[in-house]
Design a protein around this ligand. Structure first.
Ligand SMILES: Cc1cc2nc3c(=O)[nH]c(=O)nc-3n(C[C@H](O)[C@H](O)[C@H](O)COP(=O)(O)OP(=O)(O)OC[C@H]3O[C@@H](n4cnc5c(N)ncnc54)[C@H](O)[C@@H]3O)c2cc1C
Length: 398
């Protein structure tokens, strides 16, 4: 049976970054991904890097370190990921107070500054100033997610790692130890296994009889074909509902619902926004839905109509552009910090998931994880360890 130091499951942003960083530390690594062109969250993301948004010393350090990783990666891997800086325009709805919304961001490293609707339109000519009471703005990072995954994959293979397209059907457990994984055609053995399977992370780890507190939302977006226009900014609401629904949906009284498919914990929320990628495609988002089913029944036509109605007043030129509706799962944790490290009670088992703002944090945390795996102490891994809830896990996760 093929044997590796590390098996990483999932080739979204998290698995791609971690598998590369582990191989860079000299480990033999197998990256398993179920699809050759995955329909995952990394595929439909905006790709924003909110390096300005750290509100704790830990987050500020990680954002800084991620920027350093973005600078180094093209040389290390030989693949460009098109990192750039653009204006983030956080739109303020009519009736909302821009100053009051600005206060919510007061504790971050570089708080976005309030500007008038006319100033917002000067920065982004496609924006309709009549639809907003103003905006908050800050310089924001942006990366091409497909190119970033390609860069990490290239680096992994250059360092001797392997990528195999196969669905991991289960984790192999012998006593208290994980010894590998199974796929429909083959078993693979490894000293260490890490699950970086995005919204499917929780489900896959359950095959080893363990529950980890990582959850998922369902996101809906419209993606356009390459368009011959130049949207300059990333547009999102200043009053973002997504973060609020995540914290409310992982409360103590809802923990058991995550093992009973079909609970809709909050009505679907719309955060209207858009961004354009270097190849000319735009993503128009975003509906977020917390439903504990892995495959809830989603109405594509209704979702697309809601997304288009949401963006139309803000960016009228987007109302009629061609586009295709897509949905994906997005992993999150209950305290906004990722789960990165060993799974309690399961030797050789690890998780790397549940990131908020993963494009800002994953490059740094993956490098810390890999150095920790190579024997170095890490304060970062202490903060992200999946066992940090271990005292109350017995009540809500066993
Ligand atoms: C509309 C939208 C906008 C966003 N904007 C931003 C943003 O601006 N900035 C930001 O930081 N984040 C943003 N996010 C969030 C971010 O995109 C995701 O959290 C991130 O891409 C998730 O990466 P991942 O590796 O955890 O999961 P995924 O990208 O979902 O990858 C998980 C992979 O695991 C594979 N997998 C699962 N199960 C198995 C199995 N059993 N066997 C083999 N493979 C398996 C899947 O096929 C998949 O490829 C946004 C998300 C959306 C939807």
């Amino acid at each position: 049976m093929p044997t590796f130091d590390w098996i990483v499951v999932g080739n979204g942003l998290t698995g791609a970054a971690l598998s590369y960083e582990l191989a860079k530390q000299g480990a033999s690594v197998l990256l398993l991904e179920r699809s050759a062109s995955p329909d995952n969250a990394t595929r439909y993301t905006y790709g924003g890097v909110p390096h300005w948004s750290g509100h704790t010393a830990l987050l500020r350090q990680l954002y800084r370190e991620s920027l350093a990783r973005y600078t180094a990666l093209p040389d290390e891997t030989g693949v460009a990921h098109h990192y750039r800086e653009l204006d983030l325009l956080l739109t303020v709805e009519p009736g909302q107070d821009p100053q009051a919304l600005a206060q919510r961001y007061a504790a971050v490293e570089t708080p976005p500054v309030p500007i008038t609707a006319a100033e917002a339109q000067e920065r982004e000519p496609y924006l309709n100033p009549a639809a907003i009471a103003g905006a908050l703005t800050v310089r924001h990072g942006h990366v091409d997610p497909a190119a970033l995954v390609k860069a990490y994959n290239h680096g992994l293979q250059d360092a001797g790692g392997q990528i195999i397209i196969a669905t991991v059907t289960g984790l192999v457990r012998m006593g208290d130890r994980l010894t590998g994984v199974t796929t429909p055609t083959q078993a693979y053995a490894a000293g260490q296994v890490v699950v970086a399977a995005g919204g499917l992370t929780r489900e896959l780890i359950k095959t080893a009889g363990v529950k980890v507190p990582v959850y998922f939302s369902h996101a809906e977006v419209v993606e356009t074909p390459p368009l011959d226009w130049q949207l300059r900014s990333l547009i999102m609401p200043a009053d973002l509902t997504r973060s609020a629904i995540e914290s409310e949906s992982s409360r103590d009284d809802t923990h058991s619902w995550w093992d009973e498919p079909g609970h809709e914990l909050r009505p679907p929320m719309l955060d209207s926004g858009c961004v354009q990628f270097p190849d000319g495609r735009l993503r128009i988002g975003q509906i977020s839905r917390i439903n504990t089913a892995l495959e809830p029944a989603l109405d594509a036509a209704q979702g697309e109509q809601r997304l288009r109605h949401g963006i139309e007043p803000l960016v009228p030129a987007l109302a009629a552009v061609p586009g295709q509706w897509h949905a994906c799962r997005v992993a999150f944790s209950e305290d906004g910090l990722p789960l990165a490290g060993p799974i309690p009670g399961l030797q050789g088992g690890h998780v790397f998931s549940g990131f908020t703002s993963p494009f800002g944090l994953v490059p740094a945390v993956a490098a810390h994880f890999a150095r920790w795996a190579n024997g170095q102490d890490s304060d970062i891994l202490s903060a992200t360890r999946p066992g940090r809830w271990v005292t109350d896990e017995a009540s809500h996760e066993s």
